[in-house]
Design a protein around this ligand. Structure first.
Ligand SMILES: CC(C)(COP(=O)(O)OP(=O)(O)OC[C@H]1O[C@@H](n2cnc3c(N)ncnc32)[C@H](O)[C@@H]1OP(=O)(O)O)[C@@H](O)C(=O)NCCC(=O)NCCS
Length: 161
């Protein structure tokens, strides 16, 4: 069977930001598997890695959010308790063909709303240096020094909720 491109899967031709719906997806559901595939393809493979079985097993303890367009996952983010008042948002990725259209802002806003609803006062990200300007644009500030994670430089960033 021919593999559909992201554009075909998402119906890129009729993509409309107002048709994007964010929701929490159940661990090991079809939507979770689409999120895992997106993470593997966009966050791990470019670094010569794969989404490990250990990482997948650990996902059982987190909350996983997806942005969905016409039934297809187009972005993901995972929401983890960092401490009583701080939520860490991880594994943020948007389908490459749909970047720069506000999808990243929407999935982050959804994750931040969930964090606030659970009593968090701050959201924390380990931002790849290449995308620090994205996080700054949506209200995050850099804290502390650059550090290495998955073999590339990162910055810790925080946002007051
Ligand atoms: C980073 C990422 C999630 C951003 O998603 P996106 O859907 O492209 O972002 P949005 O369109 O919602 O952008 C929101 C704002 O940030 C800006 N922005 C987004 N990416 C940017 C970048 N790389 N550099 C500068 N500004 C950026 C947009 O221009 C927009 O600004 P505006 O308010 O003036 O319109 C997406 O590019 C991605 O998946 N990258 C690869 C995976 C990755 O690096 N994930 C983060 C791991 S820490």
């Amino acid at each position: 069977m021919e593999r559909k491109t992201a554009g075909e899967q998402t119906g890129m031709g009729d993509f409309s930001i107002s048709d994007v719906e964010c929701r929490v997806v159940e661990y090991l559901s079809t939507e979770y598997e689409q999120c895992a595939a997106l993470r593997d393809r966009e966050l791990r493979r470019p670094l010569g890695m794969t989404l490990s079985q250990q990482e997948r097993a650990g996902d059982a303890l987190g909350v996983h959010a997806a942005a969905i367009h016409h039934g297809v996952v187009i972005a993901c983010a995972s929401i983890w308790n960092h401490s009583a008042a701080v939520t860490q948002i991880r594994q943020v990725a948007v389908e490459p063909e749909l970047r720069g259209m506000g999808v990243g802002r929407i999935i982050m806003s959804f994750a931040e709303d969930r964090a606030m609803a659970s009593g968090s006062r701050k959201a924390l990200v380990h931002a790849r240096c290449a995308v620090v300007p994205f996080y700054q644009r949506i209200g995050y500030r850099i804290e502390g020094e650059e550090f290495m994670e998955v073999g590339i430089p990162h910055r810790l960033m925080l946002k007051d909720l």
